[in-house]
Design a protein. Structure first.
Length: 272
């Protein structure tokens, strides 16, 4: 039995055979829902990138719109980007003030200065009870301080009265603080005058204006800012047919012209 060739061959084959490997367990992977989640995240990313691109385009378009509105309308109150109804609309500051803005600002400064001059002179008039003898008005020409010759001079003369001298000194205290050119204008009525000193009302009106200028300069008003002018009877403010009208026409005017104030402000701005 031991020498049986069939048995020996079977034993040899059995010894040479290789045992079959056991099947490997499958590796544990990601859950199936992760694929769907990854797709959704990718879609959301694309969506937000699209929104960002659209918002950037709108912002550039808005900037172009604002620029067009500024140049077309000169408007400085264009709403900020993102402003909605019910929210405060802030003005967009202009990089450089426009010419119209500069003119408006200058005009406002001139008006304010003129109003202050008028206010100070009116206080002087009220304090000294000079109603009817001294008046101040703001006109298209500028600020006009009017003094009756009944207050300042005797009829046909150029010597200041004591009351006129006192009032002019007080007026000079106001005018001395102002660095604007002032014109002192003398006016007469139409009654003719003829003397060795005053051949006509031209000489009389000019001499009265010069007397006032000298008095103002003596009391602190810069002579470089003053001029004296005579107008005779050719610029009346009332009729010369009545005594009352002629009395109103005999006057001295101290005039701060609007254009002179404007030039002074313009020069000040250039120096800045």
């Amino acid at each position: 039995m031991a020498d049986d060739p069939n048995v020996a061959e079977a034993e040899d084959e059995k010894s040479l055979s290789v045992p079959e490997p056991e099947p490997k367990k499958a590796a544990k992977g990601a859950p199936a829902w992760m694929a769907t989640f990854a797709d959704m995240v990718t879609l959301l990313l694309c969506f937000f990138i699209l929104l960002f691109a659209m918002s950037t385009t709108q912002q550039e378009t808005y900037k172009e719109l604002v620029k067009s509105l500024r140049s077309a309308l000169g408007a400085q109150a264009v709403p900020e980007s993102g402003t909605r109804e019910g929210l405060t609309m802030h003005p967009i500051p202009s990089e450089e003030p426009s010419e119209n803005q500069q003119i408006d600002e200058l005009g406002g400064m001139i008006e304010k200065e003129m109003e202050e001059i008028v206010s100070e002179v009116r206080e002087l008039v009220l304090f000294n009870k000079l109603g009817g003898e001294v008046s101040v008005t703001k006109t298209e020409e500028g600020v006009v301080i009017t003094m009756s010759d009944l207050l300042l001079f005797p009829r046909g003369g150029t010597k200041l009265s004591e009351k006129g001298l006192d009032i002019l000194q007080k007026v000079a205290g106001i005018l001395a603080r102002l660095a604007y050119h002032v014109k002192v204008k003398g006016h007469t009525d139409s009654a003719p005058i003829s003397s060795a000193r005053f051949p006509s009302n031209w000489e009389l009106s000019s001499a009265r204006a010069a007397v006032v200028v000298r008095l103002l300069a003596k009391n602190g008003v810069n002579p470089n800012y003053m001029s004296a002018e005579g107008y005779s009877h050719y610029h009346p403010v009332a009729t010369n047919d009545t005594p009352e009208g002629r009395a109103r026409n005999r006057r001295v005017e101290i005039v701060y012209e609007r254009d002179a104030i404007a030039r002074q402000f313009a020069d000040m701005n250039k120096k800045k």
